[in-house]
Design a protein around this ligand. Sequence first.
Ligand SMILES: [Zn+2]
Length: 434
Amino acid sequence: MPDSAPVAPEAAPAPSSAAASHPRQSEFSFAVGTRLEGGDGAPTLGRTGTITTPHGTIQTPAFIAVGTKATVKAVLPESMAELGAQALLANAYHLYLQPGADILDEAGGLGRFMNWSGPTFTDSGGFQVMSLGSGFKKVIDMTGPQRDATPGSDDAVAPGKERLAHIDDDGVWFKSHLNGDRHRFSPEISMQVQHQIGADIMFAFDELTTLHNSRRYQEEALERTRKWAERCVAEHFRLTDERVGKPYQALFGVIQGAQYEDLRRKACGDLGAMPFDGFGIGGALEKENLGTIVGWCSEALPEDRPRHLLGISEPDDIFVAIEAGADTFDCVSPTRVARNSAFYTAEGRLNLSGAKYKRDWGPLQDGCDCYTCANYSRAYIRHLFKASEMLSHTLISIHNERFVVRMVDDARRAIEEGTFHDFKAETLGRYYGP
Ligand SMILES: [Zn+2]
């Protein structure tokens, strides 16, 4: 263990200690604004709202940009603020391994460390511990539940990979993807790490399953996640008392349950009864079921607390998530695709590597209000990419982040003005073509 690793308490606190709320929870709030009406004029699960944190407010629905290692890759925090990003999400697993959560604590927390004055999120590290640990690298194989009945599928490891994570009822042993060192995450350690990192919104430590796991394993994992949620709340409140003078950090419980409606609803009932400040909807989500599953959760969770959908990728997912009641969602795609020279336009995603852009003196997208489009041509950015110049990543990332931020801002305004369905049809019609 590195010297930054916190020490876990000897025994987990009794679950009853997690039942009551904490007085400092009033320092975080969520107010529902306008309800999205369905085609028939009846209210749907979608809504606008305002999340208030010690580092400012987030108008929802909001896109949360991902800065995994306390940086949005290749983009200055000042540029993120300028392009309208309201909040950033970093990753507890990565920051725990490097540079160590104690370094961020000493810096005054994540925001101050990276010179970002707005609200911040950290995810619990559970996803990375378990996905990197099962050898699937950055993406857990979620191609479908068809292997549900395959014996041994609960121990699925990517072909040719060593299993690097071992889950037990108390937590997870895993090996660092950086140097192979062995580490332990438990609900208490995740809370200690996230308190040291100091983001405004944290997530409870949960067990991520895949669509390949058996139904029986999903039930066991869900029960483990429920118990871990209780332990996270208890440790979070203990740390809130102990770390006097720090800004209040909100804690969101994470709803698992894969593709099973009864399990998702049970998780919402169990965690919804705990004093979480909000909720994350996580785990195995097939694209075609995304709206359905988020909808079950939105129906079953307490109405007055915000709901974050963990990790989505495409513009159509964003509209589905908003309609199904997600208030915030994070997405790594704008910078990830930018590093492969892909850029968003109203007419879909294009790739600058094509020869036709060699003498294209126009901006990435006509009419775009971002810094890149105001100052640089497709021809120039294509040249940078072809010459392996890092500036291409920066310029395309700024455009892509602005594209998604603006789209979600427009969707929020459309809910307020009662034009969401027209806006969605027009936007997706143009983006995905006829
Ligand atoms: Zn642009």
